[in-house]
Write a protein that binds this ligand. Sequence first.
Ligand SMILES: *Cc1c(COP(=O)(O)O)cnc(C)c1O
Length: 364
Amino acid sequence: MIMANNLLRQFSLHADEYEEKAIEVLRSGWYVLGKEVKSFEQEWADYIGAKYCVGLASGLDALWISFRLLEIKAGDEVIVSANAYIACVMGITINGATPVFVEPDMYDNIDADKIEAAVTSKTKAILVVHLYGESCDMTKIMDISRRYNLKIVEDCAQSHGNHWHGKTVGTFGDIGCFSFYPTKGCGAFGDAGCIVTNNATLAKKFRIFRNYGSEKHYQNKVVGSNSRLDEIQAGLLRVKLSHLDEFNEERCRIADRYLKEITNPMVQLPQIRPEADSTWHQFVIHTEKRDELQAYLEANDISTLIHYPIPPHLSEAYQYLGKKSGDYPIAEKYADEVLSLPMYNGMTDEEQSKVIITINAFKR
Ligand SMILES: *Cc1c(COP(=O)(O)O)cnc(C)c1O
């Protein structure tokens, strides 16, 4: 069976280093907010090219705490792509704000040309989701944010180290949010996340908020949360980060081969804007025969995933927004035709050959 994602393979590439680090942290006697977190925050900030990084417990925490600290709340609107992951929308609505959906473009990201039409007097921010490891059009989006004075929060959960015009995503807006969920580019061995920012005041607010609103023990300035990054995860993330460029290069090689060798006319290959590069968090094809292709691959021992089968506005959780089928036809069409092919570090040439040959042999 070829898995859609095989985390054991990536682990096995540097197993000794992870095991050594885990034991080092276990034996240190210090498990939350210590020197590993401090070092990782500095190393991640340097890698992304931001001044500050604050480690958090998850990517969703990074999102909702961002909007909380930007004081975006009930009555305010936040623009987000209609084909985003549900966590993106929850990051907005946890604080009571209203998501305003904008259709995706042919690159599977928010269509920047449709954003302005969605701006109202209540719009406070754009949540820019760099989906599948591809950058959104940050030139157009930053221009809109300046003209309408909107905050920009970037969701880089799937984009660990890709660029727009050579600048790393996460450094364009006010805050860049990252998830280190195990399947993400730089994945932890459990839940973890962080934010990056160039704003010292905001960075300090995150540090206080993640720790019950306290800067000094038992002196609480604000009602905060518990969203601390564990030492063991931070230590393991430091090991992962030291190999992230290799991982991203390997994914690019796998993607290049898919792009060159998949020739089935029923399959529409992913497109990357010329100004962007991709870290290929997912290799997502479109096909009108998606369900048939997925079942056929499964029958041939090849697993695939769908990111995502239900657009957030049609999810049961968001029925209260009052949206219906047909409101965002492009996002709805994408939900019916996207398929994520097997893509993981440590994938062998033979495995990839089997995927390519099997897809090319698929007939309706
Ligand atoms: C994974 C992901 C999140 C949520 O991150 P968690 O760490 O799972 O909370 C948010 N947005 C996007 C785009 C993601 O892929």
